[in-house]
Design a protein around this ligand. Structure first.
Ligand code: PAF
Length: 310
């Protein structure tokens, strides 16, 4: 396995890497969720292709007061994981190597980058898309693998690929969870044992929402809210939202009128229930103590698509 810490080393190696080249962008501190990305990348690369892993804690995507300084950095362990999962090259640059002249030109994530995570973490998606675009330009992958856990990031990366005609295939890997349902995250390390005991409530809420999908979007949100409300002061909810999977736009309001405050029923009939059909994402972000966690579940609405999945 080649370890490149400079762009020149990456460029020197890139020309002779057998394709397809499959990139897994990470910030390191690799856990079993990342290892699932690496395994999927290995499958996609086939017998002959190359898995390239980038490990870079990207300062552009951290806001003031966020955890840039204490974000876990475990390069030696990470390299072992990459080797064990069959990576052919790891690119692990320092900040000056990635941004030798600062970064004056950045990627505007557009309206879907301003809501939910983007609203709570201003500048976050600008930082993410800028580094992802730069990694794409340096590693020139055929395929890139991302986790479903960062669902809004995934949607925006897909949109960037389309809008800039980058011609890179994006592959999403389902969320990997601990036995009690907590989505694996490098930030789970920050939780105290009592906070860790509370944390599965996010998954429980999403599961309750998904289980209510037959009742329509409003029932999904109500089901999830009930579980979060029962957790009381043990967490601070940033948002719980039901969005269309493709655009990350909110599921239409008329669909949310299935119960309660919708338009009046037509004369002699009832308002048609379940107007929204298609795939939605129920996404949650909450703080438990000082640690901010996100999670989501994919929910299909409609006759042929009402199974919940990660
Ligand atoms: O998902 C992450 O770990 C990061 O946002 C990414 C895609 C590696 C960009 O820094």
């Amino acid at each position: 396995m080649i370890v490149a810490t400079t762009r020149a080393e990456l460029q020197a190696a890139r020309g002779s890497l057998p394709g397809p080249v499959v990139l897994v962008p990470t910030m390191g501190a690799l856990h079993d969720g990342h290892r699932a990305l690496l395994r999927r990348a290995r499958e996609l690369a086939g017998q002959t292709g190359t898995v390239v892993v980038s490990i870079f804690v990207n300062p552009l995507q951290f806001g003031p007061g966020e955890d840039l300084d204490r974000y876990p950095r475990t390069l030696e362990e990470d390299l072992k994981s990459c080797a064990a999962e069959g990576a052919g090259l790891v690119f692990a640059p320092g900040v000056r190597e990635m941004y030798p002249d600062g970064q004056l030109v950045t990627v505007d994530p557009g309206p879907a980058g301003e809501i939910l995570e983007g609203a709570f973490r201003p500048g976050f998606f600008r930082g993410v898309l800028t580094v992802v675009l730069k990694l794409f330009s340096l590693a020139r992958p055929d395929i890139a693998v991302f986790g479903q856990k960062d669902a809004q990031q995934l949607t925006l990366v897909r949109r960037m690929i389309r809008d800039f005609a980058l011609g890179i295939r994006i592959e999403a890997v389902p969320i990997v969870r601990a036995a009690d349902g907590l989505a694996l995250s490098s930030r789970n390390k920050y939780l105290s044992s009592s906070e860790r005991a509370v944390a599965p409530v996010l998954h429980n809420a999403l599961a309750a929402g998904a289980a209510a999908a037959g009742g329509g979007p409003r029932a999904v949100l109500d089901g999830a809210h009930q579980v979060l409300d029962a957790a009381g002061g043990q967490l601070t909810l940033d948002y719980l939202a039901l969005v269309e999977a493709g655009s990350y736009g909110p599921v239409r309001d008329d669909a949310l009128s299935v119960r309660g405050d919708g338009p009046p029923a037509p004369p002699g009939g009832q308002a048609s229930p379940g107007l929204f059909t298609g795939t939605a994402i129920l996404a949650v972000a909450a703080r438990i103590g000082a640690t901010r966690l996100i999670d989501n579940v994919i929910i299909g609405f409609g006759a042929e698509d009402d199974a919940a999945d990660d």
